[in-house]
Design a protein around this ligand. Sequence first.
Ligand SMILES: [Zn+2]
Length: 228
Amino acid sequence: MTVFKRRTSPNFGSRNKSIQIDMLLIHYTGLPSTEVSLKRMCDPEMEVSAHYLIDEKGLIYQLVAEKDRAWHAGVSYWAGETDTNSRSIGIELQNPGHEWGYTPFPNLQMGALRELSQDILTRYQISNRLVLGHSDVAPARKKDPGHLFDWKWLAKSGVGYWPETSPVKSSVDSITIRKSLNNIGYDPRAKIVDVITAIQRHYRPKRIDGKIDADCVSIINALENDTP
Ligand SMILES: [Zn+2]
């Protein structure tokens, strides 16, 4: 396992014991450097944290014990559950993000993420379908980890899910699409354009415009058909 460093964050609480840990949530820090990110996540006034932070070289910091509820998801929703922090393990990847100069995620960082994630998925028996990005559970508010995050590579290396799509012929009306998005787990209260954008960031990063095109419809169909 990659080198582990411990920094204790005071920003956590107790998990809701009636909620099972069944999700791995991936973020970027959106801050200029690892030091700034660590400082922020360990500052009691900031009230933010994650279980892990991985820097660009693949060094893993543990900030909060997995048994505790870290504060990374904020206002969020997936498949009927709004207490995303109780149901998930949260991993932050150091990256300046859209605000400070978004950069590709280095191989060393992705490798460490894969290794850590595989271990977490095994220990909690988390489904690959529930390896999600912050933008999936908070589409109106969040962009992370964003279009430069290589979900496809991660899924092909055993962490997360990549849908096999087949082209669709006809266009689909927005009521049908909405139903499908709800069935997949996306927030039914979010604007459809925000949810489509979140799907594009995750599964179709080459064009992010929030528009429902044939490509998006086939991705949505695949996701819905494979929803457990
Ligand atoms: Zn985030």
